[in-house]
Design a protein around this ligand. Structure first.
Ligand code: FES
Length: 546
């Protein structure tokens, strides 16, 4: 194996692996500061914050010869025998000079800057900058310019060009560019061509200082009040890994979480700004029973037993399993209705599809299928129904003839009008209709029992994306008072002891259903691919569908 020497420490790395000095240093626990480099973008080498000393060791004699000048670590490939020095006095001086230069023109408006608290310029100044400012230029404010989807604070920009490269290489839209020359260089857009694409929010994450502001988040929270939780975007079937950032159970922003197997470093705007429904005042927050005329508010303490009783009395049952349910919840609901009626029909809930997949030049795809877990729910249904999956379109015909007496309808849709009138009409003759959803809808208006459901950030569970990649997360915010997450209710109704334990359910699933087998072991933060495992271990189990 090739060996490089970083600050006197030997780093072995696989032959053929492409590493630069920043990445190699990180492997041995040394941080090299940088602004313009990003692992997902081409190398610009413009900020010079990553300067290091570099040289080579002669394999035969062991003699080390260093280059006379400092080199940018981001653009220095590490090969066998390369020697990198990141902590010498020469390097420290260079970093301090870069910091001083950047701060010459950078306004000191940190008290009103959104980036304060997570700003690399701030952090590096304290770590690598010099104590005193030698220049007497003291800019305090920044010009602000609307460039489309985001706000540009022109004078805060350090010209790292990450946002420009992102628009060229990842979104492929090239709206942002550098205009003027020398000390007058600025980021801007061409007149009449604002920054407007479905990935534009990522430029705010990429900006190492506060030059690009997210219009949605601007001046809403100081970042040090935010707590971040691992989450999964439920906006489409891509299932991007995200951070859910909240303060006191209120989500303030969603950010991409690096996952090389799903979304790399990016998320789309659709997913990024999809959280407001979680805090919408119109959400259902009170379980209710609709008797002949009156609507009665119910208490969660006695409700599970009452629901069980009504299910037993309803005759033939059916359950609509929403593609917004986690696999654990879908499994528990299927177990519950099949426990009451072993012949109960399991139906896949409506799968919202809007337009076509949106593909970007680097391969990032926003799915047309706007739900997070169709694949997972399908596998659960297939297991209970010997491979047969009933889609929601076939549901009204199943209800004809009045053989089905009771239906449990799980929703979780982010909009109120997610079901067509014609399908609603088919539900009117039922003896029992239990609807669990986020918002009032045409179906909940008919429900015998209207139960409030939890939003994506309020529940534990796992989702399987369009590529059979399973990811598990825990809740990030508590649901509104009066809401009980689906998994908790099913767990209680099944008479399981203690609190709802999604991990225990996933283990059960892994033991019972070959598709989920690999999820029985530890699931890493980036998730696991179920199909790869299944193809390798259980080829005969695939393809049972009708
Ligand atoms: Fe290397 Fe900017 S990170 S020059």
């Amino acid at each position: 194996m090739p060996i490089a020497i970083i600050d006197g420490r030997e780093l072995e790395f696989p032959a053929g692996e492409r590493l630069n000095a920043i990445q190699a240093a990180e492997r041995v626990g040394i941080q090299v500061p940088y602004y313009c480099w990003h692992p997902g973008l081409t190398v610009a080498g413009s900020c010079r914050m990553c300067l290091v000393e570099a040289g080579t060791r002669n394999a035969a004699t062991g003699e080390i010869s260093m280059m006379p000048k400092l080199v940018p670590g981001c653009n220095t490939p590490v090969r066998d025998g390369v020697v990198i020095v990141t902590q010498s006095e020469k390097v420290q001086q260079a970093r301090a000079m870069v910091e001083e230069d950047l701060l010459l023109r950078h306004p000191i408006d940190c008290p009103i800057c959104d980036k304060a608290g997570e700003c690399l310029l701030q952090d590096y100044h304290f770590k690598y900058g010099q104590d005193e400012r030698r220049a007497d230029i003291r800019p305090f404010t920044s010009r602000r310019r609307d460039v489309g989807d985001v706000t540009l604070f022109v004078d805060r920009c350090i010209l790292c060009s990450r946002c420009v490269r992102f628009c060229r290489e990842i979104s492929g839209t090239s709206e942002l560019t550098v205009v003027h020359r020398g000390a007058h260089e600025e980021i801007d857009v061409a007149p009449g061509f604002p920054l407007h694409n479905n990935l534009s929010g990522n430029v705010v994450d990429l900006c190492p200082v506060g030059a690009l502001g997210d219009k949605d988040f601007l001046y809403r929270q100081r970042v040090w009040y935010l707590k971040r939780h691992q989450g999964i975007c439920t906006g489409c079937a891509t299932g991007c890994s995200i951070w859910v950032e909240e303060n006191q159970d209120r989500i303030h922003r969603l950010k991409p979480r690096e996952n090389p197997q799903v979304n790399q470093w990016w998320i789309c705007n659709e997913g990024r700004y999809s959280y407001p429904h979680v805090h919408n005042d119109r959400r259902l927050a009170q379980p209710r029973r609709r008797d002949t005329q009156a609507v009665v508010d119910l208490d969660w303490t006695t409700l599970p037993a009452e629901l069980l009783q009504r299910l037993r009395e309803a005759g033939r049952l059916a359950a609509v399993l929403s593609p917004y349910l986690s696999v654990e919840e879908a499994y528990l609901l299927a177990t519950l209705v099949r426990g009451v009626d072993p012949e109960a029909r399991l139906i896949l809930g409506p799968v919202p599809v809007i337009g076509e997949d949106e593909r970007f030049p680097n391969g990032f795809t926003v799915s047309a299928e706007k739900c997070p877990n169709r694949r997972g729910v399908e596998e659960i249904i297939a297991r209970f129904q010997s491979g047969r999956i009933t889609t929601f379109d076939a549901f009204p015909s199943q209800l004809k003839g009045g053989r089905i007496g009771g239906v449990w309808f799980s929703g979780g849709y982010k909009k109120e009008n997610w079901i067509e009138d014609e399908k609603v009409r088919s539900l009117t003759a039922l003896k029992l209709l239990v609807v669990q959803d986020l918002f009032p809808s045409a179906v909940s208006a008919l429900a015998t029992y209207e139960l409030p459901g939890a939003a994506f950030a309020e529940r534990d569970g796992s989702y399987v994306n369009r590529n059979d990649h399973l990811q598990s997360v825990r809740w990030a915010v508590r649901p509104p008072y009066g809401v009980r997450p689906e998994g908790t209710l099913y767990w209680e109704m099944l008479g399981r002891p203690g609190l709802y334990n999604a991990r225990a359910v996933l283990n059960e699933l892994a033991a019972e259903i070959p598709y989920f087998h690999v999820a029985g072991g530890p699931v890493p933060d980036v998730g696991v691919n179920l199909k790869v495992n299944l193809l390798a271990e259980q080829p005969e189990e695939i393809g049972v569908r009708s």
